[in-house]
Ligand binder design. Structure first.
Ligand code: UD1
Length: 334
């Protein structure tokens, strides 16, 4: 069975490609490498002993998609391709809307033309917006977000839902990720953002590596036990495995399902920093700073639907998340 993985050279895409190849799927990756390195394909091969087909192309390019769908019999698509930096999306909203919506539209048009009806979409907890109480449950309104990036997730969920409504044989799974961190056990894959990281764990790793001087914790006056924000961090390998379960489920269940992927547990910024120091033995200097615009005090998942429908739950703990994130950064530096 052949799976097209858009954005398959990126952080979550590459880990998912590994799990797919190891489970015996054929994998076709399309990635324009706007936020990923070409040698990720070599690393995927090194881990799995199998090389995915790779197209260095944009999935918002209909001609490239035509070429890919003509050459391969694509049975299902996992759609990761998209810009993902929250702050940048506020400065460049048009680029975000153009890129993240065009890619989905072009992909759906190609799938429609070639009769491919199974799609797993990389969505985000950000679709729950600013007003739902935690833990987030899939039945809550998920119709707004705090940034253009987040709005592209809301809008893509809508586009995919409308698409499925006119294709009764289509199955679409909207996977709403909470905060994926960590890397592959081999140390060959991990979160490797261009420039100064926005997200917490890559920032912590760069401070630990001495590339950045110190972490600024954005706010310690939130109504939480230690005053810092609470998030639901999950291991990227657990998350990748969730995609395989979703693919299986989609194979036998037409329609649309939104499913949270998280641990169901909340961890504060300070707890994460301490867990990192304990797991790696490396000090992470930090200072307290002002709150960051758009941050919510607490975000975590109700994960019972993933367990019920997909038989999925996380297996790897915070120590493993920190160790594997650091292992990747250390190897990568050398
Ligand atoms: C954000 C997005 C989410 C997206 C995810 C990964 C929103 C509301 N959330 O999640 O949709 O999927 O990024 O791209 O759009 N922090 C610090 N110092 C730092 C960096 C972060 O204290 O230098 C804190 C933040 O205030 C937050 C926590 O760490 O409390 C996690 O931040 P981050 O990793 O950026 O993820 P989210 O904002 O939760």
């Amino acid at each position: 069975m052949s799976i097209l993985v858009t954005g398959g050279a990126g952080y979550i895409g590459s880990h998912t490609a590994v799990e797919l190849l190891q489970a015996g799927y054929d994998v076709v990756i399309v990635d324009n490498l706007s936020n990923a390195r070409a040698d990720v394909i070599d690393r995927i091969e090194k881990i799995t002993g199998r090389r995915p087909a790779f197209y260095h192309a944009s999935c918002a390019d209909p001609k490239e998609l035509e070429r890919i769908f003509s050459r391969h019999t694509i049975d299902a698509v996992i759609h990761f391709a998209g810009f993902k930096a929250v702050g940048e999306s506020c400065r460049k909203p048009l680029q975000y809307y153009r890129n993240n919506l065009d890619s989905t539209l072009c992909l759906l048009e190609a799938m429609e033309r070639f009769g491919c009806r199974r799609l797993v979409f990389s969505s985000s907890a950000t679709v729950y917006g600013m007003n739902n109480p935690v833990p987030y449950v899939e039945t809550m309104p998920a119709l707004s977000s705090s940034s253009p990036y987040g709005w592209t997730k809301v809008m893509n969920e809508r586009i995919l839902t409308d698409y499925a409504a006119v294709h009764p044989d289509a199955s679409v799974i909207l996977l709403r990720y909470f905060n994926p961190i960590g890397g592959h056990a081999s140390g060959l894959l991990g979160d490797d953002p261009n420039g100064i990281p926005n997200n917490l764990m890559p920032y912590v790793c760069r401070v630990a590596a001495g590339q950045l001087e110190k972490l600024t914790i954005f706010g310690n006056d939130y109504p939480t036990p230690d005053g810092t924000c609470l998030r639901d961090y999950l291991h990227v390998v657990d998350l990748a495995k969730g995609h395989l379960r979703a693919l299986d489920y989609a194979g036998t269940h037409p329609g649309v399902e939104a499913i949270n992927l998280g641990t169901g547990k909340s961890v504060s910024v300070l707890e994460l920093v301490r867990a990192f120091q304990n797991a790696t033995g490396v000090r992470v200097p930090y200072v307290m700073g002002p709150r960051r615009d758009g941050d919510l005090p607490e975000v975590w998942a109700d994960c019972s639907k993933a367990k019920r429908l997909l038989g999925w739950q996380t297996e790897l703990d915070m120590e493993e998340m920190c160790r594997s994130a650091w292992n990747f950064v250390k190897r990568h530096e050398a």
